[in-house]
Design a protein around this ligand. Structure first.
Ligand SMILES: Nc1ncnc2c1ncn2[C@@H]1O[C@H](COP(=O)(O)OS(=O)(=O)O)[C@@H](OP(=O)(O)O)[C@H]1O
Length: 436
């Protein structure tokens, strides 16, 4: 072979070798990036298009909101959000990659023959709760139970009541004969008609009331009102007029509103801070709730004058709502669930709920996985990946609040929190010892 040709061939071989090494390194790096700590997962496989045998898809996956990543998001908050959080509880498996399983599936025993009910069933279990206390997460978590069909939010017992029983049944069309239907709509919590309707349509109804820590709840409410996807400019400008454009301006305004609310309560019952007299205030407020008069009207301008946050504040007076619901449903039909624990130890709350609903203890910590980059605990999908909500959930996590403001807000709510814990004979250490 002429010298020239040999040189050309060697050069070509060298190039091919370099290219092969580069491609191999790139593939290795891509796998490293997935960085999943479950050895058995094959991440190069796409998500399954057909359900594997023995799995049932969610009827309604209310985790599937449109992503709302937008530059409008409050910069101050974004700066505070660290990526890569530590697991809140080391009993849960941790996922350190960046993928999500968008199709949550639950395991159904394929060997058991189950009949379908074509027309669907009336719900037997309902989740109610204050906005932003984690009702979606609770519903979603319970939907992993093979004996539960979760139909998400229908608003049947509030604004859709006139549609009738066939309508609500149709939401669970095809449910297994031995499955229970679970519904959730947070707005039932503040609808005086809802418990009466629930018993009317199903005397065996059981209700889970989700409560949560008030500081974070208020912050979540603000982040929801002032969310990137909110396109109603008028509404948005009202929110910013009242509360400003940052979480710290909101928390300052919330505290001022709480002080006004406190003065309003003092006018109603000057003695309300005396623990012996608190029940008088609570009974008076139950009456106002039933009549839907201030402070239980909705909206920013409809309640205590000069306190646009008063309806958000009133939502956190747990014993008022609980007393009303207990009176209407009967004490043994309602349980309180700590929504603040759903991102710390969901299995603990789910265990209580399974017990209360009379379900087998199918769901345990093994059903969950902590998505480290997002800082949330999610169900674990059939292929081992976390099955998480979209970015719309978890906005408030990791945002720091001025400790002094926090303490003062907690002081206001403390007597109500304690009253509720006593009513339900609960000892929740985090409620006693921390302010969140
Ligand atoms: N594990 C897990 N997954 C998702 N979300 C979780 C979880 N645990 C708690 N939370 C908190 O729940 C907050 C949303 O509450 P809701 O679903 O009740 O909101 S809504 O009223 O139905 O819009 C939501 O509030 P934001 O952080 O403001 O989005 C979450 O912080």
């Amino acid at each position: 072979m002429p010298k020239n040709e040999k040189k050309k061939k060697a050069k070509k071989e060298g190039f091919t070798r370099t290219l092969t090494v580069v491609v191999a390194l790139w593939i290795v790096k891509a796998f490293e990036n997935q960085n999943i700590n479950k050895q058995s997962l094959s991440l190069s496989n796409p998500l399954p298009e057909q359900l594997p045998r023995g799995f049932q898809p969610d009827v309604q996956n209310d985790y599937d909101y449109k992503s709302e990543a937008s530059s409008e998001y409050i910069q101050e908050d974004l700066n505070q959000k660290p990526s890569g959080r530590t697991s809140p509880n080391n009993k849960y498996e941790i996922y350190t990659g960046s993928r999500d399983d968008r199709v949550c599936m639950k395991k159904i025993d394929p060997t058991v023959e189950r009949k379908h009910v074509k027309e669907g069933k009336i719900p037997k279990f309902v989740i109610i709760g204050a906005d932003k206390c984690g009702t979606s997460a609770l519903g979603k978590f319970l939907s992993d139970h093979p004996d539960v069909m979760y139909i998400g939010e229908t608003y049947f017992f509030s604004r859709e009541w006139a549609k009738g029983s066939d309508w609500i049944k149709s939401k669970s069309a095809g449910v297994f004969e031995d499955q229970y239907v679970l519904e959730k709509s947070p707005t039932y919590y503040r609808s005086p008609a809802a418990p009466k309707r629930m018993l009317q349509i199903n005397p065996d109804m059981k209700v889970a009331l989700v409560v949560c820590r008030n500081v974070k709840r208020l912050l979540s409410r603000y982040l929801h009102l002032y969310r990137p996807g909110e396109t109603n400019d008028q509404k948005k400008s009202r929110v910013t007029n009242f509360f400003g454009t940052t979480t710290s301006s909101f928390m300052r305004a919330a505290l001022e509103n709480i002080n006004m609310f406190d003065r309003y309560l003092e006018r109603l019952y000057p003695d309300w801070k005396n623990p012996e007299k608190l029940h008088l205030l609570i009974d008076g407020l139950v009456d106002k709730f039933e009549k839907v008069i201030p402070p239980f009207r909705r909206g920013l301008e409809n309640n205590i004058r000069g306190a646009p946050a008063s309806s958000m504040i009133a939502d956190g007076l747990w014993p008022v709502f609980l007393k009303y619901w207990q009176r209407e449903l009967g004490k043994d039909r309602i349980i309180t669930i700590d929504g603040s624990m759903l991102n710390v130890d969901p299995a603990g709350q789910i265990e209580r709920l399974q017990d209360f609903f009379g379900l087998s203890k199918e769901i345990s910590y093994k059903n969950f996985i902590f998505h480290q980059n997002r800082g949330i605990l999610c169900l674990q999908g059939s292929n081992g990946l976390p099955c998480c909500p979209t970015d719309e959930k978890g906005r408030s996590l990791g945002i720091e609040i001025d400790p002094e403001i926090k303490t003062r807000i907690c002081e206001f709510f403390k007597p109500f929190d304690d009253y509720m814990l006593e009513m339900m004979d609960l000892d929740w250490p985090s409620w006693r010892d921390t302010c969140e």
